[in-house]
Each structure stands twice: as structure tokens, then as C-alpha cells.
Design a protein around this ligand. Sequence first.
Ligand SMILES: *Cc1c(COP(=O)(O)O)cnc(C)c1O
Ligand SMILES: [Zn+2]
Length: 417
Amino acid sequence: MNKVKYVKQYCCTVCHKTFPKESKHLTCPDCGELGILDIEFDYEEMKKEVNKEYFIHNQRRDIFRYLPFLPIEGKYIDKTLKVGWTPLYRSNKIEEERGAGPLYFKDDGANPTSSLKDRASVLAVCKAMEEGFTTIACSSTGNAASSLAGNAARLGLNTVIFVPKRAPAGKLAQLKAYGANLIVVDGNYKDTFLLSKLAIEEFGWYNRNAAINPLMVEGKKTVALEIAEQLDFEVPDWVVSSVGDGCTIAGVYKGFYDLFMLGLIKKIPRLLGVQSVGCNPFVKSFEYHEPIHEQEENTIADSISVGIPRNPVKAMDAVTNTLGCFLSVKDEDILSAMKILGSKEGLFAEPAAAASLAGYFKAFDNGVITKQDVTCVIITGNGLKDTTTALSAFKDTRYVKATLEDLKKYMKEMIGE
Ligand SMILES: *Cc1c(COP(=O)(O)O)cnc(C)c1O
Ligand SMILES: [Zn+2]
């Protein structure tokens, strides 16, 4: 069994001070909350086990296929929900219609609780079990919460989950079905996060707050490992992800970075981080070269409606290190991308996930992404999570009387013949 054998040490993303792997700090004591730690691996040792052969002979079809890349022992990996190894689709219509280069969709809505967050949650619950915790907690705009609740339920862990009151019904229903101890905070995500932080300190639960816990990025990086492997290690020129706290895009970077350091890929893709104009602190900071400022949380894309990003340094580094870009899209463009993705590719994305495609369109139209580029757009969450917003993009349903006559009339209106 893997004994976290390739973890070398922790490094503060702000002051770059290192800490031994046995240390119990979650963040750097000198830098406080922004001093999020990054887990460093011993790639020279890892290379002895992880090479192309390793993948050929590996039978697992979930994220534990990548166990040597993950900072857990692995005692519980046969008991979890099946997370990861989600489909990678080549675009059927959009690519051709736009005259774009090869376009892929990584459908992470196909995870067990229907979002990419499962990649982090399953790692968190494994780690919490390995360390003997009985209760695990987090605050979330919705998906991290429902994901943690599902993955914890599978292993018999208790959960305490903090969500803001605007969390969509689909996510709340999941939380209730998974039996979470649910705390719906009368406030926004910022208030929710702060309350969870106080409570976790007070009660000593395992902390799955994504930015704070360095393990979470390590779980999310498996999406990049999969994209690379599914493309036979010929990685795309661009990978597109929507950005809230910044942990997802930081994870995407870390995955490609690992593979690059192991000599398995020749380059790290450029990363495009997409936000909504109603809440785009990263975009502002990127464009004006200034620190991140708090913003209002004003977008239909609830999963990326994050006024104070919790992982700013890692996310900004991910984009700048790859000569990538941040941009923002309007809510109406998100809804339009959602329709296009559904009707032309058969993929139903929640607003925050459709935002990635809207961002791709904008980057392609602006010439940031060119016809020569191969791109992978990550679909971070399933559309069924928030049907209220999805329905707002469409005309009201017109009821058809149960007669052939009315049906014919309706079909004429619908198809226009
Ligand atoms: C959480 C989430 C994101 C953004 O991830 P961050 O780590 O907060 O940047 C994007 N899309 C969906 C569906 C999410 O749940
Ligand atoms: Zn530090």
C-alpha cells in the first residue's frame, strides 16, 4: 500500500518557506490565510514507479489510478464512491461550426455527485478516515458541500456543511438526501466561509475547506492527469476552466506540472480562467496588475460567485506561469453557451460549467485561442444541479391539449412548417 511515499515537503505559496511532510499546519504560520501550502513531490523517486508502462498495466478506472500522485495512504480507496475517469468527448458540431481547431469536453458532471468537486471530496474523506476523524466539515457555494456529503456518507463519516442561502435547490436536495448536518447561513458565501472557519476551530472537525486544505488541489489535479492520459499524453494547447476560489484551476495546473516534471508530457497547456462579469475579482486583478479586491457576488453562476477568492496566489500563478489568461463573460452568454452545449453536443452543464464554454467562445473570437490550437473545455458540473436558472434561459412551456389537432397546430408553431 502506498504510504504517501512521494510527498517531499510542504511549501508556502507566498513566502516559499518549507515545512516537513509530518507537519500539521494547514496554512503557513507566517503568512496566515493567504499562505496556502503546496505539497511538493519527489519526482526523481516517483519516476521509478510512474512511467508510461505504469499506465498501460493499471486496471483502475477512477482517480485512485493515480494513487502515487496523491498524498494519502490509500487504506480506504476500495470503499469510496467511484470518482473520476470521466469521459473526454471530441466536439461533434461546435468545433466545425466555428471553424475552430480540435475542441474537447471533459465531462466532470459525470462524477457520482455530478461535479468536479468529487475529486477533492473523495480524497478528503479518505484522509479524514486515515487520521481517525469522525466528523468532517466544509463551507461551500453548493457543490463542494453536496459532494462532501455524498462521499462522506459512503464511508460513514458525519458531515457538518455550511452553505449560503442562495444555494440552488438541486444542491440542497442532494445535501438532504445524503443526510448532512446542514447549516444554511443567512448571508453570502463570504459569511458562510467565515462561520465555518470559526466553527471548525471551535469543534475540531476535519476541515475540507478547499483553499485552506492543501490536499484538495491534489484531488482536483486528477482531472488534468486524465485529460493528458485520454489524449495519449499529447496535451492540448489550451485548457479552459471557470474560476471561483481558484482551487480548480490551480489543480489543473498542478496535474500537468506533475506530468511535466515526470517527463510524461512535453509542455504544460496554457490555462484560460473564466469568471462572470458579475463577480470577476481574478479578471480585474489580472488586467490591472493589482492585488485581488473583494467584489459583490452577483451572477447566476452560483459555483463561481465568489467575492473573495480563497486561493488567489495558486490560481494566479497557474494562469501566469502558463502564459494563460483570465476573462469574464456575461450571464446571458453563459445561458447561451449552456443551450449550445446541450443542443449541439448533448452535454447539460450548470451555469458555472457553461461559463467555461462561453469563455472559450470569447477567447476564440478575440484571437486569444486560434484555429491552430487544440483546446479542452472542462465541464465542471451537471445542469440538473440548478434547473431554475437553466429554465430561465428558455421559453415557458406551452401545454398541448390531448388531441391530434392541437398537436399538429403546436408542431407547426414549433417547427414552423
Ligand atoms: C467549484 C466550482 C467551480 C470553481 O472552482 P474553484 O475552485 O472555486 O475555482 C467551477 N464550476 C463548478 C461547477 C464548481 O462547482
Ligand atoms: Zn508563508
